[in-house]
Design a protein around this ligand. Structure first.
Ligand SMILES: [Fe+2]
Ligand SMILES: [Fe+2]
Length: 374
């Protein structure tokens, strides 16, 4: 029986996953669909949901995508047997022995990073690989040509042009208690009835109490912008660190009382105070202990020299967040979408000129950043 194999974190499974597998099964004439939830994904940092919940959600999300749908827990079984990794080069041969005539389905974004996989030359020997086209990855045909000449094998182009759904965007919205458009009602109902994605509710409640509706709206938009930039450019920043820094970046903006906290004296009474105070209040009021998160909050307004990727990410996301519609932010957003470093520098340059024009004093950290990056 012709069988399509599709793996992923499914944290949670979204509509593009189910639409793509349904389309691929029809396109390839496959009656059976094997879904393989990852147990410890080698390419991504740890999932938010437990393996058991991701299996249950996959049952819901993929039902009806083929005549027969099986959620195969091979990755859990192998991990129980002591295997540290579940590389495709090792898992696929076992699935082939079990199910016979298989085609391995991957998304266009996975094809993009295929050469970085563990032993790609072994993966292509197991079975044909179907690659789905996806918005933002229009050069899939070229990619397939390159992969074939590098590794051989049989790559099949699936002309799937379904709407792109960003997994990070879905996850961030769920954590922000906003219903994402990219998941089905059934998946959403399961999530709600099992109280999943609720771990940031206490933080959201504090922010709602301490921020004006406008500032809270801005905060939400910075979170979404930051997680999307992180996945768009494959920056590989830990999802929770990005989420936390963006969520808390302006936590002190409307509560300027210093309360004896340690802030630079030259920032007191200026608009940059809230970044230093925000870092200290993230520790005190939200229990943040991660220094990467603290340091990203601490320079989100001024920037500084030798910035980490996370610091640049929060700095850029803050200035190009989706709630800022005035000129030239849409243009800066576009630059940031195209190239992360260029987007960061464009924001720094824009801020610098804005300060000059307004004849405002420029904070020393900003001057250092300008010296290094512009
Ligand atoms: Fe701010
Ligand atoms: Fe902000």
């Amino acid at each position: 029986m012709k069988t399509v194999v599709f793996g992923g974190a499914f944290d949670p499974p979204h509509l593009e996953h189910s639409r793509l597998t349904e389309f691929a099964c029809k396109f390839l004439g496959a009656e059976r669909l094997i879904i393989v939830p990852t147990y410890s994904p080698p390419h991504k940092s740890g999932g938010t949901l437990s393996f058991e919940h991701r299996v249950e959600l996959s049952k819901i999300a993929f039902s009806g995508c083929a005549d027969e749908v099986i959620i195969d827990q091979i990755e859990l079984d192998r991990s129980m047997e002591g295997h540290k990794y579940n590389y495709s080069s090792e898992v696929l041969p076992i699935l082939k022995a079990k199910y016979g005539d298989i085609v391995y389905l991957i998304g266009g974004d996975s094809a993009e990073h295929f050469h970085t996989w563990h032993k790609p030359e072994d993966v292509v020997k197991v079975c044909p690989i179907a690659v789905a086209g996806r918005a933002g990855y229009d050069d899939v045909d070229k990619k397939i040509c390159n992969l074939t000449s590098s590794f051989g094998g049989n790559f099949i182009r699936i002309a799937f042009d379904g709407e792109a759904v960003s997994s990070s965007d879905v996850k961030a919205r769920l954590l922000l208690q906003i219903k994402p458009e990219g998941i089905s009602d059934e998946v959403y109902d399961y999530i709600k009835s099992h109280h999943l994605f609720e771990r940031y509710i206490p933080w959201l409640e504090k922010l709602k109490a301490w921020q004006s509706p406008e500032l809270y709206h801005h905060t939400i938009n910075v979170v979404l912008r930051a997680v999307n930039l992180n996945s768009l450019h494959n920056l590989k920043q830990d999802f929770d660190k990005v989420f936390q820094s963006a969520l808390l970046h302006d936590n002190a903006k409307e509560r300027p009382s210093i309360d004896g906290l340690d802030v630079p004296s030259d920032s007191i009474g200026t608009s940059v105070l809230h970044q230093f105070l925000g870092a200290e209040k993230a520790r005190r009021d939200f229990g943040v202990v991660d220094e990467d998160v603290i340091s990203a909050i601490k320079v989100h307004t001024t920037a500084c020299k030798d910035m980490s990727i996370l610091q640049k990410l929060i700095y850029t996301a803050d200035s190009t967040s989706y709630d800022r519609e005035y000129e030239p932010i849409p243009l800066l957003r576009e630059i940031g979408d195209r190239d992360f470093e260029e987007g960061f520098r464009a924001v720094l340059e824009y801020t610098y000129h804005k300060l000059l024009k307004a004849q405002k004093s420029i904070y020393p950290l900003t001057l250092e950043a300008i010296k290094q990056y512009l």
